[in-house]
Each structure stands twice: as structure tokens, then as C-alpha cells.
Design a protein around this ligand. Sequence first.
Ligand code: NAP
Length: 334
Amino acid sequence: MARTEDPRTAPSIRWGILGAGRIAGAFADAVTQHTRAQLVAVGSRHRDRAERFATAHGIPTTHLGYEALVEDPQVDAIYVATPHSEHLEHALLAIRAGKHVLVEKAFTRNAAEAEQVFTAAREAGVFVMEAMWTRFLPHVAALHQVIDAGEIGEIVNVTADHGQLMAFDPTSRLYDPALAGGALLDLGVYPVSFAHDLLGAPDAVLAAGTLTETGVDGQVSIVLSYGARTQATLSTTLWAKTPTVALISGTEGSIEVAGPFYTPTSFQVTRVDGRRWTFEQPGAKGLQYEAAEVARRVAAGDVESPRMSWQGTLEVMRTLDEVRRQIGVVYPGE
Ligand SMILES: NC(=O)c1ccc[n+]([C@@H]2O[C@H](COP(=O)([O-])OP(=O)(O)OC[C@H]3O[C@@H](n4cnc5c(N)ncnc54)[C@H](OP(=O)(O)O)[C@@H]3O)[C@@H](O)[C@H]2O)c1
């Protein structure tokens, strides 16, 4: 089985971190520990938060405000790690300053916002990618190899769930409609993107959901249909920790991806002829693989990645839009 390239073999790139929150810390650790890239600056709305983050991650420069960060000539690429509602504004800020951008998932609130970002990137000639880190993990590359080799035949069903128990807090971004909270954009984007990665854009979307007291989606079940006999059955919830397992069933066999399917993990292939084998992927967090992809593409002069293309992100956003339309979730100002 072909091996995914070690992130340490990617060229160096100088990162600026936009927003000193939780995932930004995990990204900073992954880049520092597993790539040759440099973290050169962090920008925060609060001076003390920027300084605390810089100290914790060995970053030499802090900026008060995001404008100062994107204007920093030491920075090649900006990592946008703010709530979903802010991604459009912050991605455009970085692009207009001529910076390459990695934007956290969900890429924007909706497909129309995503199109604005890609139009601006095309005009500016900068690299932009959705930080759907799962697409760059070794077990996902191996999954594609197994499927492309015909080991499970024609895919008939993909099942994936992503639920986390998130205590109700109307002030947290997860429950706040103004920050584009809800299960779908935060957690459900993983199973939706996984199905899109394997099967492409669906012909039809069917969704049922239940909303929280704050009006965002607490739980959603989704069926995506492809042609005459292929479906993806996906679910997401803020109200329970679910197994986060993915199952891919085909005419010649099936694959069970151990939970959490969206992090580095193992999978088992079971063929109808009785053969059975396992792909083992030890490791913890895997954010370094997406960071390495950005460095490689930027060095090559590309504006997008074929593994998480602009079209791929737009298709995922259109599915999320359709799910929200059916379950009645609208964010303020949309
Ligand atoms: N890849 C993954 O595994 C993963 C995991 C979790 C989350 N995410 C994604 O990463 C993004 C951020 O999530 P997070 O969990 O890191 O959130 P978080 O801890 O709340 O951090 C978000 C940061 O955004 C900045 N910010 C800018 N405008 C804001 C506003 N109006 N309200 C609140 N914060 C604002 C703040 O930084 P300053 O105050 O420093 O400016 C804040 O610390 C989301 O898109 C989420 O879906 C990805």
C-alpha cells in the first residue's frame, strides 16, 4: 500500500495564526512538532490572548487585531481559526493582503459565501483551501486505494456519524446562531465531506432535524442519493457522543473505519469471498498533513489542492445549504 508522504518532507512556509482559540492551539502544536514550517505570528482581538498563545507556542510576533496580522510581511499563509460566521470576512481580509489562506471547516456559512472567497482568491492568485484535514490522512489515502482497486466492488452505501455531547450553553459558539453554530457545520460537515469524498455531489438530499432552544440544529439525519442504487446515510448531534464510525458497503465487500473515522485510525476490509484484512494507522492528531499540503501547493505555485478542491468545497457547502433549508436553520444576516 502506498504511503502518505511524511509532512516533514514538505517545504517550509511561514504561518500566521488568525484567532487564538482552541483549534488554533492544536494546529500550532501539529505544525511545530510535525512539519518544517515556522509559526511566525499570531493575531488576536485581545493583546493578552495573543501574548499567552505566542508564549505557549513559541511564536515571535503578536498582533492586536487581524488587520495587522495579515499585513505582516513575514507571513506567507494565514490559518483562519475563527467561528464559521467570521470565515468569509477573515478569508477575504487575508486574500486582499495577498496571503495564502487555510480556512477552518465548515469553510463558510453557505455556498454563496464560499464562492465569494474563491472569486477573490482567483483574482488575487493566492492559494486557498478548506481545512478539512481528514482528506489528507494516511488511512483515507489507503481507503481510496482499496476502493479504486475494486476490492469492495461498486459502493452501495456509506454510513457515517459524528455526535459529541456538548452541554447546553447559549453563549458558546456551538449554540449561537450569530456564530453559525449547530451540529451540522461543526460536526456534521465531517460525515458529509466524507461521503462527498467517496461518492461526489449527490443527486438528491433528504434531511430531518431537531433544533435547540437557540434555533440552531441540535441533531440531524441525512440521506444523500446517487444514481439508481447508491446512498449515504449520515447523522450528527450535539446531544450524545456517538461511535463516529464509517461503514462503506459494496457489491464485493465492505470496509469498517474505526471511530473516530475523521482522525488517524484503522480500517478493516471484509470481502464477500471471505478474505479479510486490516489497515493500521497509529497516531493521534493529524493536522500536520493538511498543513504540509498547503506548503507543497504554495511552493508549486498552485491556487488550490486537488484533494480538497474549490469545487469540492462548494459541493459540500451546497449539500449543507440544502440540509439547512429542509430543517429550517437560518443564521442571522444570511
Ligand atoms: N479541525 C478540527 O479538528 C477542528 C476542531 C474544532 C474546531 N474546528 C473549527 O475551527 C474553528 C474555530 O473553532 P474553535 O473550537 O477553535 O473555536 P474557539 O475556541 O471559540 O476559537 C475561536 C477564536 O476565534 C476568534 N474570534 C473572532 N471573532 C470571534 C467572535 N465573533 N466570537 C468568538 N470568537 C471569535 C477568537 O480569537 P481571538 O479572541 O484570539 O481573536 C476565538 O478564540 C471553527 O470553524 C470550527 O469548526 C476545527
